[in-house]
Design a protein around this ligand. Structure first.
Ligand code: HEM
Length: 424
C-alpha cells in the first residue's frame, strides 16, 4: 500500500465507504500514522463482532466494544490463550531460527497458567511494592534532576526508556549498569515483520535472544543457590511450579521475556503517552497544576487513553454465539483493547483525556479475567511516582515537535516526543 493510500484511513468519508467485510484493523500503518479511529468507530457501531476472511494474519474475528472485549477475556474456558497464542500473529515454529513465541504463562490455559503466575506474582504484590517505592522514587527523581533544561530532547529516550529500564532492573535485581540490555532484548523480542510491517533482521534478533537467555541462565543459577528473595529471577528459581524451567532454555527464556516485555513497552509508552496527552489537552494540564491530588486518577486515565497493548488474541475451543455471530471452534478472535477504551457508551468523549474522568479505572488496558495484567499495580505506582516528581519540578513538559509512532499492531508505541522543560 502506498503512503497516500495509507493516509486515506484518516478520512472518515473514505473509511465509511470501505465494504464492512473488508475492513482490516490489523494493518500496522494505522498505528504508525495514528489513523485507527474511524475504522474502529465503524466496527463498534456496525459490527462489534466482525469477521475478516482474509488478511496478512489469515482470517480473524475482531471484537471492538467494551462489553464484547470483557465477554471474551472473561471466558477463558472457551477462549484459549494456549491454542494459538496471544497475538494476532500466529506462533512460529520453535525451530531455533525464530524464537518468536517462547512458551510462558501468558500463553497457557488453566491450571498450568495459575501455578506459574502465582510463583512470581508476589514480586509485584502491594507489600513488595511498598518496600520498593523509596528506591523507585529515588531512581525517578535522579533522572528528572539530570535532564537538560533549556534544550530540546527526546522524552522517550531520556525519561520513558531510562525510567523503565531502572524499574525492570529493580524488579529483576538485574545488574544496574547493564539495565539497557533489558530494553534491547525486549525491543528485539517484539519486532517481527508481521507485527511491524517492516523488514526486521531476524538473525540479529535470534542472537540477541540467545544472549538474553545466557545472561539469565547464569543469574538464575546464582539465585537458585542463594536463599529466596523478592525479585523475579529468585522467585522463578525457587517457585515450586517454575524451578524446573531452567532445564528447558526455551521455557526459561519465554518466562523471562514475558516479564521484561510485559513491563517494558507498556510502561514506557504510558510515560510517553501522558506527555503527549497533556499537551494535546492543555486545559487538563491546567487542572493537574491546580490539583496534583488528581494524579492517581490521571494515571488510570492515561493508561486508558494510551492503551499500550493494542490487542490480545484468543482461539475458540468450541463453537460459540457472540454478539449474534457464530464463532467456530479453532477461529482466531482478537480483542481490540484500544477500541474498547474508546467505547462512547462507557467513556463519553472517549478520544479526549479527562484526568478526573469518574470511571477511568474501568478501562480494559490491563485486560480482564485470569490473565489480567500481573504488573498493573507496579505500572500504576511507577507512573504515579513519576508524575508526582515531575509536578514538584516543572510547570510544563512542553511538546515542541512531531510525535513519531511505531508501525506495530500489538504495542501502541511512541518513538519520539521532542520536549522542552519549564521549571517552576
Ligand atoms: C501500563 C502498563 C501495562 C499495561 C497496559 C499492561 C497490559 C497487559 C495486558 C493487556 C495483559 C494481558 C491481559 C489479558 O490477556 O487479559 C498483560 C499481562 C501481563 N503483564 Fe502487563 N501491562 C503493563 C505493565 C506491566 C508490568 C510493569 C509488568 C511486570 C513487570 C507486567 C507483566 C505482565 C505479565 C506477567 C502478564 C501476564 C499475566 C498472565 O498471563 O496471567 N505488565 N499486561
Amino acid at each position: 500500500m502506498t503512503v497516500s493510500e495509507q493516509e486515506k484511513w484518516a478520512d472518515a468519508d473514505y473509511v465509511s465507504q470501505v465494504p464492512l467485510d473488508e475492513i482490516d484493523v490489523s494493518q500496522p500503518h494505522l498505528f504508525k500514522n495514528d489513523t485507527w479511529q474511524h475504522a474502529f468507530t465503524r466496527l463498534r457501531e456496525e459490527a462489534p463482532v466482525h469477521y475478516l476472511a482474509d488478511s496478512e494474519n489469515g482470517p480473524f474475528w475482531s471484537v471492538t466494544t467494551h462489553e464484547m472485549t470483557k465477554a471474551v477475556d472473561a471466558n477463558h474456558k472457551v477462549f484459549s490463550s494456549e491454542a494459538g497464542g496471544i497475538a494476532i500473529v500466529d506462533p512460529m515454529p520453535l525451530d531455533g531460527e525464530q524464537l518468536m513465541r517462547d512458551p510462558s504463562f501468558i500463553s497457557m490455559d488453566e491450571p498450568k497458567h495459575a501455578a506459574q503466575r502465582n510463583a512470581v506474582s508476589p514480586a509485584v504484590a502491594p507489600k513488595n511494592l511498598a518496600e520498593l517505592e523509596p528506591l523507585i522514587r529515588e531512581r525517578a527523581a535522579d533522572i528528572l534532576d539530570t535532564l537538560p533544561v533549556g534544550e530540546t530532547f527526546n522524552w522517550v529516550d531520556k525519561v520513558s526508556v531510562e525510567l523503565t529500564a531502572r524499574m525492570l532492573a529493580t524488579l529483576f535485581d538485574f545488574p544496574y549498569e547493564r539495565r539497557r540490555d533489558l530494553i534491547r532484548w525486549s525491543d528485539v523480542a517484539t519486532a517481527v515483520p508481521k507485527v511491524t510491517g517492516e523488514d526486521n533482521d531476524m538473525t540479529a534478533r535470534r542472537d540477541a535472544l540467545i544472549e538474553c537467555a545466557t545472561v539469565f541462565y547464569q543469574l538464575w543459577q546464582e539465585r537458585a543457590a542463594q536463599p529466596p528473595k523478592f525479585d523475579f529471577v529468585s522467585m522463578l528459581a525457587h517457585g515450586e511450579a517454575t524451578k524446573h524451567l531452567s532445564e528447558d532454555p526455551l521455557l526459561m527464556l519465554g518466562n523471562i521475556i514475558l516479564l521484561i516485555v510485559g513491563g517494558n513497552d507498556t510502561t514506557r509508552n504510558s510515560i510517553s503517552g501522558g506527555v503527549v496527552a497533556l499537551n494535546q489537552y492543555p486545559d487538563e494540564y491546567d487542572k493537574l497544576r491546580h490539583n496534583p491530588d488528581l494524579i492517581p486518577n490521571m494515571v488510570s486515565e492515561i493508561v486508558r487513553w494510551q492503551t499500550p497493548v493494542i490487542h490480545m488474541r484468543r482461539t475458540a475451543l468450541e463453537d460459540i454465539e457472540l454478539g449474534g455471530k457464530t464463532i467456530r471452534e479453532g477461529d482466531k478472535v482478537v480483542m481490540w483493547y484500544l477500541s474498547g477504551n474508546r467505547d462512547e457508551s462507557i467513556f463519553p468523549n472517549a478520544d479526549r483525556l479527562i484526568i478526573d474522568r469518574p470511571n477511568a479505572r474501568q478501562h480494559v488496558s490491563f485486560g480482564f479475567g485470569v490473565h489480567r495484567c500481573m504488573g498493573n499495580r507496579m505500572a500504576e505506582l511507577q507512573l504515579r511516582i513519576l508524575w508526582e516528581e515531575i509536578m514538584k519540578r516543572f510547570r510544563s513538559v512542553e511538546l515542541v515537535g512531531d510525535v513519531e509512532r511505531l508501525s506495530n499492531n500489538f504495542i501502541r508505541g511512541i518513538s519520539s516526543v521532542p520536549v522542552q522543560l519549564h521549571p517552576h
